[in-house]
Design a protein around this ligand. Structure first.
Ligand code: IMP
Ligand code: MG
Length: 209
């Protein structure tokens, strides 16, 4: 998906690797983004343009409603902070932290653990789950069933990325940023073994990394 506008991201990568070279010159050379990055899949301008569209649509759909954006930590956090700045209606935010991947693996275990629950009740509120990526769907299937039992006025899903061909559970998704191929991606909130969440673009990981 990267195009001519990708030069910003390319410039950023060079700056990133140069600063990292200095920082790690006394240490073992590790965690250099170019060692792990196969290619940029979605660059920063593409991300921001699509998030603006999503924010505008959500602002229309939820006008007059008590909207709660519920961010799934940690991966959804960059998406949330950019999305909420594109939403022009009043809303609140809350956070849920779950774990569905074991460290070092790249497949959802299907066993979801709640690491941090919501701060406040959600009954009678319009909940919009903000997620980084849907892969098998196990995580969001579990979360929506958990939250539905708390009797919100409505519950919908907004995901930045949808790895649609990997879906194992049929789960309705209301807002999708980008449908992406079945490749392991990282950056913009998504991690590669907990690193690189700070990248401003979505990159594809080299196979075997
Ligand atoms: P699912 O339960 O298989 O849908 O996976 C959901 C979670 O796995 C997402 O919220 C991400 O945290 C993580 N995940 C799935 N695919 C990727 C990926 O390609 N890169 C990074 N994290 C991923
Ligand atoms: Mg996630």
């Amino acid at each position: 998906m990267a195009n001519g506008r990708g030069c910003e991201s390319a410039r950023w990568q060079i700056a990133y690797s140069q600063s990292r070279s200095l920082a790690t010159s006394c240490h073992r050379r590790k965690f250099m983004v170019q060692d792990y990055l196969e290619k940029i899949l979605i660059d920063e301008p593409q991300l921001q343009a699509r998030i603006k569209e999503l924010g505008q649509q959500i602002s229309v759909d939820y006008v007059g409603k008590d909207l709660l954006l519920l961010c799934i930590l940690k991966g959804g956090v960059l998406f949330l902070t950019d999305l909420m700045r594109q939403i022009t209606i009043p809303h609140e935010i809350d956070f849920l932290a779950v774990s569905s991947y074991d460290k070092g693996t790249r497949a959802s275990s299907g066993v979801v653990r709640i690491l941090k629950d919501l701060d406040n009740p959600i009954n009678n509120r319009h909940v919009l789950i903000v997620e980084d990526i849907i892969d098998s769907g196990f995580t969001l299937d579990y979360i929506t069933r958990l939250l539905t039992a708390r009797q919100p006025a409505s519950i919908r899903i907004c995901t930045l990325l949808d790895k649609h061909e990997r879906r194992a559970v049929d789960i309705p998704v209301d807002y999708v940023g980008f449908v992406i191929p079945n490749e392991y991606v990282f950056g913009y909130g998504l991690d590669l073994d907990q690193k690189f969440r700070n990248l401003p673009f979505i990159g594809v990981a080299k196979s075997g990394e």
